[in-house]
Every structure is written in C-alpha cells, then in structure tokens.
Write a protein that binds this ligand. Sequence first.
Ligand code: ATP
Ligand code: MG
Length: 343
Amino acid sequence: MIGEKGTALKVAIFGGAIIFSFAAFFLIDKKKKKCTKLTLHQPVWVHGKEPLDIIKIARDRFSNGIGIEICQNDIKDFDCQVGGHMAINGRPGVKRLGTSYIMKPVIKDSRGSREVGFYEAVYGGAFNAAFCTLKDFIPLYYGVYCPPDNSYDFLVLSDVTRLYSCPCAMDVKMGTQSFEPDAPPEKRARELIKYPEQKKLGFRITGLRVYNIKQKQHIVVDKAHLPSGNILANLGKGFYDGERLRIPVLKEILAKIKTVLDWFLLQNSLWFVSSSLLLTYEGDPSCPVKTDLKIIDFAHIRNGDSKDTGFILGLQNLIERLETLIENEVYYCSILSSDSTFI
Ligand SMILES: Nc1ncnc2c1ncn2[C@@H]1O[C@H](COP(=O)(O)OP(=O)(O)OP(=O)(O)O)[C@@H](O)[C@H]1O
Ligand SMILES: [Mg+2]
C-alpha cells in the first residue's frame, strides 16, 4: 500500500516536472520573441503618405510638459554641425537651443515624419526590450517644437557635444547605399557617384571637426576634402591633434562601435538607410578621455524583414580600419603630419 502510494507520488512529481519544464520553455521562448520584435507606429511606414498626426502627437508631447521653455534668444546657430544639410534656400540648418539641446528642422515630407515617428516610437511608449537598448545609442528626444511663425517644425534632441569643453566630432554615414530600395533610377545614380567606395566599405565620412593643439583651434573638414580612396588617412584626420593620434580615444570609440555591432547582429526588423554614427570626444588633451557614439538621422529608416547587412558591413569595416590605425600609429602620424590641413 505504502509502496503503491510512493510510486504514485513519484509519477505525479515526475509528470509535474515535465509539465513545468514545458511551460517554462514555452514562456521563455515567447519572452525571447517578444524582446526581439520591434513594432512602430504604423502610419510612419506607409510609403508616400504624410502622417501629420505623428507630427501633431509629437508637438503635443513637447508642449505638454517636458519643461523646456523656448525663448527665441536661446536659439543660436550650431557651430558643431559636421555633416548633413546646412541652412540653404530658406531651409534652416541645425540650431543650438540653450546649452544642452539641438533643434533639427523636420523636412516637410515623409522623411520628416519618418524621423519624428521613429523617435516617437522609441521614446513614446511603443517600445520593448530591444528598443530600450537602442535608446542608449540615440540622442535623447524631447518632442517637436513648432515656432510661432509656423515656418518649420524642429525636432528637439539632446546636444551630444554638450558633454565636452572642446568638442570634436565625426559624422560617418552608414550602409552600402544612401538611397532607399525603391528609389527612382535618377536618385540612385546621383547617390552612387557621391562616394563609389561606399558600396564596398559600408560607410563614408561626411564631415569632421578636430581640435589642433598646435594651432590652438578646431579644424573643420567637409566631405569635399575627404576624398574617396583615402579611408585610413581620412579616419585619422578626425583623431589627429597636430602631434599625435588620440589612441586612448580611438580605443574607447572602438569598444563602443563593437557594442553597436552586437545590437545590429541581433535585430531583424529595421533598416537604417542613410543614418550616421556621430562620433564625439573631448578635444582638450588636459581633460580625461571622454567619448560618445550616437546613431543619428532617421529620415530614411524602414521596416525590414532581415538584418541590416549594409550597416553591419560598415561597422565591421570601420572596426577593422580603426584597429589598423591604432596598430600603425607611427606610420599614420607621419602621413598626417605632412597633410596640408594640419600644417
Ligand atoms: N543630437 C545631436 N547632437 C549634436 N550634433 C548633432 C545632433 N544631431 C545632429 N547633429 C549634427 O548635425 C549634423 C546633421 O544631422 P543629421 O544627419 O541628423 O541631419 P541631416 O543629414 O541634415 O538630415 P537629413 O539627411 O534628414 O536631411 C550631424 O552631422 C551632426 O554634426
Ligand atoms: Mg545626415
């Protein structure tokens, strides 16, 4: 009798354990899936449509209490802009707001609403675990400011360069192509001739600003002076202070790029077409090493159904090139010291 009871108990425990393991496996598996699936506000992704409601939500979010009061006197030109559109034909460039924020004009078509929609999705509650991690790699987002004259809406973001007394910055446009998969042939052709190597490399430098200790001033290099075919020397320019390459800075940035690569190797839902890595660091050599890496520019971001292979290739090549620069410090210093930019 006792033996039968004991056997029945064992069977019950064994059966319970199996059911429990199945349930746990199912739950963990479901949780895993939940964490990697990114979902965005749908209207942003409807091609060709301008979802003004997203912009309106963003404007409301801004005016309803993030606590930034905008005084016209606090809006200045932003002297740390290294890439992207400068002010032209009535379209404003990036502005500085006070000491901690920048304002980026929202382009008045689907590019503008896509970028706003992206920030809204990441910061506005439509996020899950994967989005939470992504937040570490993008600027803080506060909403959309609509000035009294209604001319242009502006995205209000944290100014990444606010961290430094002497900010240095480099804009690295990522991906093997800077046009969307369904771009018309003329757009493709226009983009492809800008920097033919991008297809192979997966990145290109569109501008940089570096502090030169000999000249005691910043040197600004725009894309016209960062020619195709010279990638290591061009990368070096962003980290050469007139006497040496900032190796500890390069090492820290390299580690950050590797973290971003880890994120990209896990996500399968977003293609960051034409986004950039904004690499920044403290240019004052008497200050401790301080660096930052942010992904910026989401005007062409799209839902995808696979990994963003172009961005991944760019990250891998960037890592490899930066490692080469570090390993061959003496050689590249001698090349950069004879570059007319630094003499
Ligand atoms: N959050 C930020 N903090 C500091 N600087 C920034 C920030 N966002 C952008 N910038 C500066 O502004 C430049 C242009 O930004 P961005 O690439 O977003 O605009 P854009 O290329 O003109 O936009 P688009 O391609 O959508 O027209 C960057 O290269 C960088 O120098
Ligand atoms: Mg840009």
